[in-house]
Write a protein that binds this ligand. Structure first.
Ligand SMILES: *Cc1c(COP(=O)(O)O)cnc(C)c1O
Length: 436
């Protein structure tokens, strides 16, 4: 598999280069070239396959020429010791694809763990070392911290916006220790992302510390996220209907992954981009104008992104053609008040407890159903476990929310982070000090 940069499609690099380099030097984004087309009969065989089985099959199509079958099988099964079950809310009508059964209780485990497994495979055979740098709006940090914790040859630095993520989200990235270091930035997620972007293009810094990214700018986070769309299709086939996915979105990695796997042959009828008031993409769909702007803080904080870094990729998949984009994706956005009402209605109607992001996904599905008269099976991606937003969800539904053991134990652990102002030089100094 080769990868090209969206800024220079003529030049391609190997999987290993794209994996470790994350962002091309021309500041574009890596894209697979060409995307393999999966055999149509593959989709007939997947009903009973797990996420790991499906991941292995697709990985063979992608990397079978570079990595042996045995190694691919081992790394996909190491990456996915959990599944992504499709829960029926209204059988044959509406379902939620639960992506939160991994260690950090959010879908980002899927991308982070596959990427860690692949990096660890290449590091083992090449004896290299890398430093992972990542900005988090909430859940990336935990998934990356846990996915890469104690992986030999890898150090991890995580930047997060001070006071803008939940206590438990913060504990997930500030309590592991070992090879994981958290930087608490006095600013927004966009500030964190800007610092990370600058670090990757700082030649002087990269000469001292070889940096790699685990943000969704790294194409290897997105590739495995396609696996669970396929897993959902496998579980939904029994209804014999076409399928529409609603993806609660911020940086748009998750939705881009769905569109990529659709291009690989997965029969998907339509996608819905569901957002909070950071409605850049729904507004683009409405007007044809893409206007990034500073993010606003919401109760679905993992989607508080004003400059979605995967928009370029998504648009690229539609040849930068607005009409084509709009035919395949609908967009809806919701305020915090609407989200609270949504959580409550979902609970009353289906007896299902949704986190604010998942609620937005389901609300997007419902908004879409009002304007489409035909029959389809609608699947909302459940991106985080509701207990990650326990206080809010409990207040809205008036019931207590159980916290899985692996999250509950974090409350007792002590936080360790390095606090820095929201500017690049401060970060660089601090990083060089901690690493030296
Ligand atoms: C990261 C995240 C999102 C947004 O996903 P993108 O790929 O950035 O669009 C949605 N929900 C939750 C819970 C998340 O952690």
């Amino acid at each position: 598999m080769r990868f090209y940069s969206t800024n220079n499609p003529q030049k391609t690099v190997t999987s290993e280069q794209a994996l470790f380099q994350s962002m091309p030097f021309d500041k574009g984004l890596y894209m697979p070239s060409p995307l393999p087309i999966l055999r149509p009969d593959f989709f007939n065989t997947i009903a009973s396959q797990s996420l790991a089985d499906i991941g292995f099959e697709i990985s063979k199509a992608l990397f079978g020429a570079e990595i042996s079958k045995t190694d691919l099988e081992e790394l996909t099964h190491n990456a996915f010791p959990f599944d992504t079950p499709l829960v029926d809310l209204q059988p044959g009508q509406t379902g939620v694809l639960e992506l939160f059964h991994g260690p950090s209780l959010a879908f980002k485990d899927v991308g982070a763990r596959y990427m860690a497994a692949l990096m660890s495979y290449y590091l083992k055979i090449s004896d290299k070392e890398v430093h992972i740098l990542v900005a988090t709006s909430g859940d990336t940090g935990g998934a990356v911290a846990m996915g890469f914790h104690n992986v030999p040859g890898i150090r991890v630095s995580i930047l997060y916006p001070s006071g803008r993520i939940s206590d438990l989200q913060e504990k997930q990235l500030t309590t592991l220790g070992g090879n994981v270091q958290a930087f608490e930035v006095e600013g927004s997620f966009d500030d964190c992302q800007a610092i990370v972007k600058e670090a990757f293009t700082d030649d002087e810094l990269n000469a001292q510390i070889p940096l790699s990214s685990a943000n969704s700018i790294n194409i290897f986070r997105l590739i495995p996220q396609g696996f669970y769309y396929v897993r959902a299709y496998g579980q939904a086939r029994k209804f014999g209907k076409s399928i529409v996915f609603s993806t609660p979105s911020g940086n748009f990695g998750n939705l881009t992954a769905g569109v990529m796997v659709q291009k690989m042959g997965l029969p998907v009828e339509h996608f819905i981009a569901s957002t909070n008031l950071n409605d850049i993409v729904p507004k683009y769909l409405e007007t044809g104008n893409y206007l990034p702007r500073p993010s606003v803080a919401t109760i679905s904080n993992a989607m508080d992104v004003g400059t979605p870094s995967n928009f370029t990729r998504l648009s690229y998949l539609y040849n930068n053609d607005y009409k084509h984009f709009k035919e395949n994706i609908s967009g809806y956005f919701f305020s915090d008040d609407e989200t609270r009402i949504g959580i409550k209605q979902i609970y009353n109607r289906y007896n299902y407890v949704a986190c604010p992001h998942t609620a937005i996904g389901l609300m997007g599905l419902e908004a879409y159903s009002k304007k489409s008269s035909h029959d389809y099976f609608g699947v909302a991606l459940a991106t985080a476990h509701p207990s990650k937003f326990k206080l809010l969800v409990e207040e809205v539904i008036g019931q207590s929310v159980d916290v899985p053991e692996r999250l509950a134990i974090l409350a007792e652990k002590e936080k360790y982070s390095v606090k820095i102002p929201a500017n690049y030089e401060a970060f660089k100094d601090s990083l060089l000090q901690t690493v030296a």
